[in-house]
Design a protein around this ligand. Structure first.
Ligand code: GDP
Length: 427
């Protein structure tokens, strides 16, 4: 049985917490796309952790955590992260790395920085982790799979061929120091030694696991609106953030994905540039940012303050639809307890017409939010475990949003911890 945990919005919806929680009953947790450019924050008995490349199952002894072929694997970041966990007394997790996953090369990170510098004010707001150059090279067929590290002569030949092109750009476009093939080969040798004990034919492993009736969780990074095709192009990420891609990025049959849990946050936040219709500013935004998440809405990887907004029903309905949602986990609801009234964006006004369909980017940039204001509940809902015990206005908020997005909210998260969850029966 395969379940996917994915985001409906711009990322940071609380997928890490939901995955960590569901991993208790899973045998395998697998990352299938993205790299170390975004993070999941997890709070559990070992403390508070920001994971960037490790799957959120690493805290359990019984789960195997896998880096699927669709990921952008930054080998030093990956191993530093393992070290930071074991330093804090988390037992060494069981890890596997796909032999087909590609490696973020040191020059991908440099090219990301140089390109942002070159674009200046027109930049995409990249986290400069090398993700866009990585995926560009992957599809230009000049990327490096982990398996290639083990064939030294073949590797050297390819490194020389690829570096020749990179050095032309470094010299003539960016005016930066050139790549030295010998040095790069040394780095790749170190990478090989680090990764060797974990390399595995992941799709074959998963095939066996499925036949043995194991439970597999696919863990998504970012959310629908950052998907390369269906998101706010070009202010998107360079890999697909959709559950469907889990099949490709892990190496699983698509029909095995039976449950798609889409995580939606009770308000909105986004990082990076791009249209954000329900965005709020000034003191109103500062207060939500300060109270948001667990200790404020600042990027888990970058520390950047997140852009804030009220819940966007148009974007979330679309976000859930593209994921193929079977159920919604509605998170961070506890944070809204300070508000007298809570605005919710229920439509977009574009050229004088109101729509609830999420448009293409050019139209999105013209969209103005249509607000509906709901009454707040003015109390702390943390610690509540039974849906019926939530204040009436709080239940009304959940049910109003459920009606707008059209997918069942089966879980309500009212705190960052594993136990802070309220299960709701499907209606
Ligand atoms: P992810 O990338 O989707 O996993 O999201 P992040 O980890 O970047 O952001 C979610 C933040 O909200 C983290 O700091 C979580 O600890 C926190 N969080 C998750 N669920 C809840 C919740 O229900 N209530 C509160 N207050 N914080 C939560």
């Amino acid at each position: 049985m395969v379940k996917a945990v994915v985001g409906a919005n711009w990322g940071d919806e609380g997928k890490g917490k939901i995955t960590d929680m569901l991993a208790e009953k899973a045998d395998i947790v697998i990352r299938f796309q993205g790299g170390a450019n975004a993070g999941h924050t997890i709070v559990n008995e070992y403390g508070k952790f920001a994971l960037h490349s490790l799957p959120s199952g690493v805290f359990y002894g019984h789960t195997t955590s896998i880096i699927g072929n669709g990921v952008a694997l930054n080998i030093p970041v990956f191993f530093n992260e393992i070290q930071s966990l074991t330093d804090r007394k988390v037992p060494m997790p069981k890890l596997l790395v796909s032999d087909r996953v590609q490696i973020v090369m040191p020059y991908h990170i440099l090219f990301d920085q140089y390109e942002e510098e070159r674009l200046g004010g027109k930049s995409f707001g990249s986290t400069k982790s090398g993700i866009a150059p990585f995926y560009s090279d992957k599809y230009a067929k000049i990327g490096f799979q982990v398996s290639e590290l083990f064939e030294e002569e073949r590797l050297r030949e390819k490194v020389e061929r690829v570096v020749e092109v990179k050095n032309v750009l470094l010299e003539h476009l960016y005016h930066k120091p050139l790549i030295d093939c010998g040095e790069l080969m040394e780095t790749l040798k170190r990478y090989k030694e680090m990764v060797a004990p974990y390399v595995c034919d992941v799709s074959a492993y998963l095939d066996r696991a499925l036949k043995e009736g194991k439970t597999i969780l696919l863990e998504g990074q970012l959310g629908t609106l950052k998907d390369t095709d269906h998101g706010i192009y070009p202010m998107v990420t360079s890999s697909s953030t959709l559950a469907a891609y889990g099949s490709v990025g892990a190496g699983l049959p698509p029909y095995e994905i039976k449950d798609i849990i889409t995580v939606c946050k009770a308000y909105s936040s986004a990082v990076g540039a791009g249209a954000f219709v329900s965005e709020i500013f000034g003191a109103e935004a500062d207060e939500l940012r300060r109270r948001g998440g667990d200790g404020g809405e600042f990027g888990a990887t970058t520390g950047r303050p997140r852009r804030m907004g009220w819940f966007d029903c148009v974007a979330s309905k679309y976000g859930c639809r593209l994921q193929g949602t079977t159920e919604v986990a509605f998170t961070v609801l506890d944070v809204l307890g300070y508000l007298d009234e809570i605005p919710v964006c229920t439509g977009y006004e574009i050229d004088g017409k109101v729509t609830t369909d999420f448009p293409v980017t050019a139209m999105l940039e013209k969209a103005k939010p249509v607000w509906k204001v709901l009454p707040g509940w003015k109390c702390d809902i943390r610690g509540i475990r039974d849906y019926a015990e939530l204040p009436e206005n709080c239940r009304n908020y959940v049910e109003f949003i459920e009606g707008q997005i059209g997918y069942p909210i089966t879980m309500v998260s009212n705190g960052p911890g594993r136990g802070d969850i309220i299960y709701r029966a499907r209606v």
